[in-house]
Design a protein around this ligand. Structure first.
Ligand SMILES: C[S@@+](CC[C@H](N)C(=O)[O-])C[C@H]1O[C@@H](n2cnc3c(N)ncnc32)[C@H](O)[C@@H]1O
Length: 336
């Protein structure tokens, strides 16, 4: 009986192999605006069909798949959004992250050839994806990162007391989301967003939307090669950890340590895996994603990042919960 109960099946493996179907279902639902319509009151196959302008058969397929994935919940005879869907996937809400989730599916066609990327003999590129960054890529990328980065930026500003700080240097700051959010809470601050040239054009666009051109400037450059400006007492390096290896990260951290004002703080807000290297799913997948770009990057654990900060000279290092399962904030202080 016990043996019968513990017999393994192929179901888990099959569902993992169908992962792309889940991803595509989510993408289609966002593109069709299913979750906005459900939030507005469509709750049956018929109502969804007329709200989306699709057949009732396809509405049923989509709604049933979304419910099985856990994106929708059934209450009585009607469907409603799961709590995270209601918060993050209803268009018009400030917390809407549709652009980021749709963007995440943009390299579908490369993933099916992952084996080829894993067995390639091509020499690695330090900057991976960014070696060939074009204006169009930067625009598409940061319209997406802005939607998710702003929420993270507000959380950062809520968690980190910057009352006595003067100037943030945001390395790989992308849309400028972290600095924009910090300035809402700490309007006395100045900030510099350093990123590749095509990205800084996008940064300026977002900064202007918030009327913060005076407070937030941009610096076009490669943080692995170019010097850092003087005068910052806070450095943020958010969501660009798995793109690099220990050696490159060490160089960046040492350069940051030199440039920081004495007593200043360096925050690595990174996609970290468990210290045992047997999880965490999202960050681990960002690590393998780097194979597609031919970089030297991989997923790093919290204790590894802590040790990189120590080696660079930082003290009082703390590992802080940030967005569990996604990002950890690891902070080091430059001695005064
Ligand atoms: C995933 S985005 C994160 C953007 C922003 N930090 C946020 O969290 O919203 C990664 C950013 O790091 C930038 N980046 C990566 N490597 C860089 C480098 N070597 N020099 C400058 N920027 C870099 C990319 O261009 C991109 O804007």
């Amino acid at each position: 009986m016990n043996e019968e109960k513990s017999r393994v099946t192929t179901v888990r493996l099959q569902n993992i192999s169908y992962g792309h179907k889940q991803s595509a279902t989510l993408k289609a639902a966002i593109e069709l605006d299913l979750f906005t319509k459900i939030s507005e009151g469509a709750g049956t196959f018929g109502e969804v069909a007329s709200a989306l302008g699709i057949t009732e058969l396809n509405a049923e397929r989509l709604v049933v798949a979304c419910a099985a994935i856990g994106l929708l919940e059934k209450v009585g005879v009607r469907y409603r959004n799961a709590p995270d869907v209601e918060r993050f996937l209803v268009r018009g809400k400030p917390s809407y992250v549709g652009p980021w989730l749709v963007f995440s599916a943009h390299d579908f066609e490369h993933w099916k050839d992952l084996k080829d990327f894993l067995t390639t003999e091509e020499p690695p590129k330090v900057l991976g994806l960014y070696e060939e960054l074009t204006e169009d890529m930067a625009r598409e990328y940061h319209e997406a990162t802005y939607s998710v980065g702003l929420g993270a930026g507000f959380l950062f500003a809520k968690n980190v007391d910057l009352t006595r700080r003067k100037c943030i240097l945001d390395l790989g700051g992308g849309s400028g989301a972290y600095c924009i959010a910090a300035l809402q809470r700490y309007p006395h601050l100045r900030a510099i967003v350093m990123d590749f040239e095509p990205v800084t054009r996008m940064t300026r666009k977002f900064v202007a939307q918030w009327g913060l051109q005076e407070q937030i400037s941009t610096l076009a450059g490669d943080f692995t090669r170019d010097p850092f400006p003087e005068g910052a007492d806070v450095i943020i390096q958010a969501s660009n950890l798995p793109q690099y290896n220990e050696e490159t990260l060490g160089q960046v951290l040492r350069k940051g340590f030199e440039a920081l004002e004495p007593g200043g703080e360096y925050h690595v807000v990174g996609e970290t895996i468990s210290d045992e290297k047997d999880g965490t799913l999202g960050p681990a997948l960002w690590g393998i994603h780097e194979a597609l770009f031919g970089s030297l990057g991989r997923a790093h654990s919290e204790s590894e990042v802590r040790s990189y900060l120590e080696k660079a000279g930082f003290v009082d290092i703390t590992v802080n919960e940030f967005i569990p399962g996604s990002l950890t904030r690891i902070t080091g202080i430059k001695p005064a």
